[in-house]
Design a protein around this ligand. Structure first.
Ligand SMILES: *Cc1c(COP(=O)(O)O)cnc(C)c1O
Length: 363
């Protein structure tokens, strides 16, 4: 048996070749070409959001989302450490200070009951994470943000296609970042996007991702280069045609796992969220007082050729580069990080493979 924790979704070889063919007619390889522009439009439609700006990757998109608000240097941003290190890095690389808020035990997103006690005069924004595609308490966050006049910038890297109360998830908050990395539910090889309602942000994002140039022989910002190229956008156009099928096949996998691992002492699975359409991005399992600990399970799987991932371990506030911002505010996040394991999940994982994986865990 050889099973990786994930397997990138690819369209048929022929479909991709067909998609990139006209690049040999127009010689447009990058700089917001026709594929890029078409993909922006189609993603806005698919995610049911007014505006989309594409980027070379999700991390750059998040960094630029924060940069574009022009917060005074040294301002504080409330976020969680139970995430990929990109989230925290995007804050620190903007010269801002991450203030770590704990997560809740139900779905591992930010614990909204703990946000207000962390707000100071320097707080300018909240950067919550829809971790594993789980929807944060978007309404609770909105209330707090309005009351204290804070921006809300979602790390929605995991949440492509997720809906809450009948609306695309990026309709909450000022702006949401999606990652289109090869390992994500929807990929453009490498890529990312910002989705938002305020049209005024569009010109700013476009300028920052293109060195700050404004098209009039001048620069408005000290920008960088974070544009998505036409080959990546072509991959996106192909994968987007199949995204509903990818997600429904992921759902099948998750349901089969659940049928095998539910109601077992010491194994905690995520509960489905109410009024939410999931994208089945990950299958995290918590081993809490189970007969084996998380690391033993991971090793046993590894011995049988099954990859799993300690996603997320450690918390970002335990990294050498970031632990100076840790003030021991996040005991729940640290506990969950020690017990969580993501099992293999991709659209064509077979029932037989799932059953073999579960057998190893249970035996
Ligand atoms: C993948 C990911 C990112 C970064 O996205 P890239 O496209 O890889 O740059 C940021 N945050 C989270 C939570 C992620 O999983």
């Amino acid at each position: 048996m050889k099973i990786n924790v994930t397997k990138s979704s690819l369209p048929l070889y022929k479909e991709y070749c067909e998609e990139i063919k006209d690049i040999w007619d127009n010689y447009c390889l990058t700089n917001n070409g026709p594929k890029h522009n078409k993909l922006e439009e189609e993603i806005s439609k698919y995610l049911e959001v007014e505006n989309t700006t594409l980027f070379v990757n999700g991390h750059s998109a998040l960094e630029i989302a924060i940069e574009a608000f022009n917060f005074p240097k040294g301002s504080e941003i409330i976020t969680t450490p139970f995430t990929f290190v990109s989230t925290t890095n995007a804050i620190v690389r903007n010269g801002l200070k991450p203030v770590f808020c704990d997560i809740n035990r139900n779905n591992y997103t930010i614990d909204v009951t703990k946000i207000e006690s962390l707000i100071t005069k320097k707080t300018v924004a909240i950067v919550p994470v829809h971790v594993y595609g789980n929807v944060c308490d978007v309404e609770g966050i909105e209330k707090i943000a309005k009351k204290h006049n804070l921006k809300v910038i979602y790390d929605a890297a995991h949440a492509f296609g997720v809906k809450f109360k009948g609306k695309g998830i990026s309709n909450w908050g000022d702006v949401s970042m999606f990652s289109f990395h090869a390992t994500k539910v929807f990929n453009t090889i490498e890529g990312g996007a910002l989705c938002y309602s305020d049209k005024a942000l569009k010109a700013k994002y476009n300028s920052i991702k293109n060195f700050g140039l404004n098209g009039n022989e001048d620069c408005d910002f000290v920008g960088c280069n974070a544009k998505m190229n036409e080959f990546a956008a072509s991959m996106g156009l192909c994968n987007l045609r199949h995204i509903d099928e990818y997600i429904s096949r992921r759902k099948r996998v998750v349901e089969h796992y659940k049928s095998k691992l539910s109601n077992i002492h010491g194994i905690v699975l995520l509960k489905e969220q109410e009024q939410t359409i999931s994208n089945y991005a990950y299958f995290p399992v918590l081993f809490e007082n189970y007969k084996y600990d998380r690391d033993q399970i991971m090793n046993n799987l590894e011995k049988s050729g099954v990859g799993s991932r300690k996603y997320f371990y450690p918390c970002t506030n335990e990294f050498s580069s970031l632990k100076m911002y840790d003030f021991n505010n996040t005991p729940v996040a640290k506990e969950i990080a020690n017990e969580i394991l993501c099992l293999p999940l991709y659209p064509d994982l077979s029932f037989e493979e799932i059953e073999n994986i579960c057998k190893i865990i249970l035996s």
